[in-house]
Design a binder for this molecule. Structure first.
Ligand SMILES: Cc1ncc(COP(=O)(O)O)c(C=O)c1O
Length: 418
């Protein structure tokens, strides 16, 4: 017997700690998904314009087959000689600049960032980290202190700078990092790294003008610190012009962290690094993560890379992303509620202002639109320090006809004010 949403809500309230959150005023019970569609318990289809994890589409048959085949053959850790982790490392490194020499596998993006922080401390002798003001980098104790979006205090030695959202924010970013480094030194803190999500997903999405990260990275290097590109959200082709978000900015990080889409829903993540930086860490300590680099995770990640190549998903993300952006810009031109459309490839933020039809503005309007779109069968999220932007980041198989559905539903929702 299938439980109803009401039963599940009651059991959830009883069984799961109150830290959990649900999307939407009317929470969704999703029972299956395929490609860009998710289906509820009644069989109703929802267009998924939100989930970046199923990067090659929900339940992609090649990924499912790779997972099942490997699970039926062998699943073990990295303390035995095996082909799969090496093949995955080779394939990942082939997508990165030649300066990247090796990888360390983890299970989650949080672990990857936590490890990157340890590596930067070992390589620089510093303990100061710079993040953006509404960043999210993960859920370990140390990384929560570097994730102001969570609402908690910054950790010891962690400093926040305004995110480079909008043209003015982007232009000011390098100078903000320089001032922050000065503040750090005045406090007697030795800088270790700048850690940014290269699409600034939780800060409200920031992508233009591409290049602003190069100046910021230059500032931290001059100060003897390192640059960590958190590619957990923008990586694996989402920004379309390149495989990795940092590549749009013409900068080469010291460390790259990746996760989420890497396994299309299966937990697999990694840190890739330049040799000098990794050597300093390896001299001090060993790193073992029981499930990091396990055989099944590697098989899933290899299948994801293969599908991205075979289905030319970067090309698709570039074309569909450009089409979606054009349609959203056209909507913005005829509908004053849409204040700004930001982003790259298939990662877009749509900032909303005042809507006479609903009588709402900013964050309440964005929340209303997200809920009304869900009722119309289209799934998006919200983002930004002010919470006033819609977050759109569908699987990379998203096609122009899906963009049409999304924009038409959005236009109806803005006009209806319901
Ligand atoms: C930019 C960024 N980095 C890291 C993480 C943490 O990844 P995970 O949830 O896999 O630990 C997230 C998760 O949302 C993220 O958005």
């Amino acid at each position: 017997m299938t439980s109803s949403p009401a039963d599940l809500l009651a059991r959830r309230a009883r069984l799961l700690a109150p830290t959990y959150q649900l999307f939407y005023d009317e929470p969704l019970q999703i029972v299956r998904a395929a490609d860009v569609w998710m289906y509820d318990e009644q069989g109703r289809a929802y267009l998924d314009a939100y989930n970046n994890v199923p990067v090659v589409g929900h339940c992609h048959p090649q990924v499912v087959e790779a997972l099942a085949r490997q699970a039926a053959t062998l699943n073990t850790h990295t303390r035995y000689l095996a082909e799969l982790p090496l093949q995955l490392a080779e394939e990942l490194l082939a997508t990165l600049p030649p300066q990247f020499a090796s990888v360390i596998f983890t299970c989650t993006g949080s672990e990857a960032n936590d490890l990157a922080v340890r590596i930067c401390k070992a390589a620089t002798g510093g303990s100061g980290f710079i993040v953006t003001e509404f960043a999210y980098h993960g859920a370990t104790d140390v990384i929560t202190g570097m994730s102001p979006e969570d609402g908690g205090p910054l950790g010891p030695g962690v400093y926040a700078v305004p995110a480079p959202v909008g043209a003015a924010g982007a232009a000011a970013f390098g100078a903000a990092v320089r001032r922050c480094l000065r503040r750090m030194r005045a406090d007697g803190v030795r800088p270790a790294a700048l850690l940014v999500d290269t699409i600034f997903a939780s800060d409200g999405v920031a992508a233009h003008p591409a290049g602003f990260l190069a100046e910021a990275a230059g500032q931290v290097r001059e100060a003897g610190a390192l640059f960590i590109a958190d590619e957990v959200q923008p990586g694996f082709g989402r920004v379309a012009e390149a495989r990795w978000g940092f590549q749009r900015h013409g900068v080469i990080p010291d460390l790259v962290t990746m996760g989420k889409p890497m396994g299309n829903g299966h937990p697999v993540a990694a840190v890739a690094g330049q040799p000098g930086v990794l050597a300093a860490f390896a001299q001090r300590t060993r790193y073992f993560n029981t499930y990091g680099g396990n055989s099944v995770s590697c098989a899933a990640a290899l299948a994801v890379l293969q599908v991205i190549r075979e289905q030319e998903l970067l090309k698709n993300a570039l074309a569909s992303g450009a089409y979606l952006q054009r349609r959203l810009q056209a909507l913005a031109a005829r509908c004053a509620v849409v204040r700004e459309v930001r982003g790259a490839g298939l990662f877009l933020g749509v900032e909303l202002g005042e809507n006479p039809a609903s009588g709402l503005a900013g964050a309440p309007e964005a929340a209303r639109v997200m809920n009304a779109l869900r009722r119309r069968g289209v799934l998006v999220g919200t983002t930004g320090r002010r919470g006033d932007a819609l977050k759109i980041r569908p699987p990379l198989t998203f096609a122009p006809q899906h963009a049409d559905l999304l924009v038409e539903a959005l236009e109806q929702t803005l006009a209806a004010g319901d």
